[in-house]
Design a protein around this ligand. Structure first.
Ligand SMILES: Cc1ncc(COP(=O)(O)O)c(C=O)c1O
Length: 377
């Protein structure tokens, strides 16, 4: 089977090429106005992003990792505290918790959706760090919303703050509500490959709590309440005008691009249905999946991956190891509940190509290539 490499152009570049002239005009406007950090574009983007998520406030910051850190700092979480987080996530979710001085407690997942299970949170509460748990950072991994009903019930019973890591889920919904509006606060990344991606680093926090938003605004700029006077301790995590201007352009068509991701996922579902070795993503009732990543499970994952890569199909692993399996973050395993499902899932996952500019023909080629696979590498 001959693979046409141009079918699989990288997403951020393709996205830029499609919007080149519009982005050029916006960038030149910013350059000529001469105000480059936290100006009118950032303010406008914050309003538009808050409206898109259905919340009162959005605060633009330098990246998604900082967004998590600043959200936790704004809630007063720090040394001595513990925050529950999936081990099956981008390591950034955990590194942000560590930056506050708090410890992560890893939660296990539901193998159908890869999102954390409420019973694993209950197990964590009974474990050695249970008394120190202050918050849960629920990651809508790959774009599938977590079990909000189940997690909220446990959090309410135990006085935990439920937060969202929305970095992979722009546009996903739970009971008709967009993610980013579900918890006390949410963190987003606009890394270039995300559903809404800048051309560089960018992030935001969303919340309906004006006092929390005000604290985060101070922390993001040296703790300043007024210029040059730090009311509290802070950091530098500002969003710049160029990224905000670019994000505003892309936000205008985000709903459309999420719909295209969902259409391509439906095409995969139809084309791969019934394959004995491929388990397709499951979308739970009452939720919509934003399909940042289209991840299948396969008992012979390594063989399938080698087969597809050998035929020019750019598949990938998100991620090759859970966070607790990585040397830098392994030591927090001792106060975490059992992670059997996470360890099983990690061995079987495979990310198929999917982005809004991918053609039907490209998806069909992936489907045909998988259909031609006999189980051998
Ligand atoms: C789930 C998750 N959380 C946090 C982040 C961190 O975002 P950033 O790379 O913008 O710091 C990412 C992105 O890599 C992510 O996928």
């Amino acid at each position: 089977m001959e693979v046409n490499a141009s079918l699989f152009t990288p997403y951020p570049l393709e996205d830029y090429c499609r919007r080149e002239s519009e982005i050029g005009v916006a960038v030149s406007g910013v350059l000529q106005r001469g105000h480059y950090i936290l100006g009118g574009e950032v303010e406008a983007f914050e309003k538009e992003w808050a409206a898109w998520c259905g919340v009162e406030q959005a605060i633009g910051v330098a990246n998604g990792t900082d967004a998590i850190e600043l959200l936790l700092l704004g809630l007063g979480i720090g040394p001595g505290d513990a925050v529950a987080v999936p081990s099956h996530t981008a390591v950034a979710s955990v590194s942000a918790i560590r930056r506050t001085g708090a410890d992560p407690v890893y939660l296990d997942l539901d193998p159908a959706t890869f999102t954390i299970r409420p019973d694993s949170l209950e197990e964590a509460l009974r474990g050695p760090a249970g008394g120190r748990l202050k918050a849960v950072l629920a990651v809508h991994i790959y774009g599938h919303p977590v079990d909000w009903t189940g997690l909220s019930a446990v959090c309410e019973n135990h006085g935990l703050i439920l937060l969202e890591d929305g970095a992979q889920s722009h546009g996903a919904t739970w009971q008709g509500q967009r993610v980013g509006s579900l918890g006390r606060g949410a963190a987003f990344s606009f890394y270039p490959t995300k559903n809404l991606g800048a051309i560089g680093d960018a992030g935001a926090i969303t919340t309906n709590d004006p006092a929390l938003a005000a604290r985060i605004r101070e922390i993001r700029q040296y703790g300043w309440r007024e210029r040059y006077i730090s009311a509290v301790e802070g950091v530098n995590s500002r969003l710049d005008e160029l990224q905000a201007a670019i994000l505003r352009i892309k936000l205008a068509s985000l709903a459309e691009s999420v719909a295209r991701r969902q259409a391509l996922a439906a095409r995969y579902r139809e084309g791969l249905a019934g394959h004995p070795l491929v388990h397709l993503p499951i979308v739970r009732e009452d939720r919509t999946h934003a399909f940042h990543l289209h991840v299948i499970r396969c008992p012979q994952r390594d063989a399938l991956m080698a087969f597809l890569l050998g035929r020019g199909i750019p598949v990938a692993l998100h991620y090759p190891a859970a966070v607790h399996q990585q040397p830098g973050y392994a030591r927090f395993l001792s106060h975490s509940p059992g992670l059997e499902e996470t360890e099983k899932a990690v061995r079987g996952i495979l990310t198929l190509p999917l982005h809004p500019w991918l053609s039907d023909a490209a998806v069909d080629l992936v489907i045909e290539t998988i259909a031609a696979w006999s189980g051998e590498a």
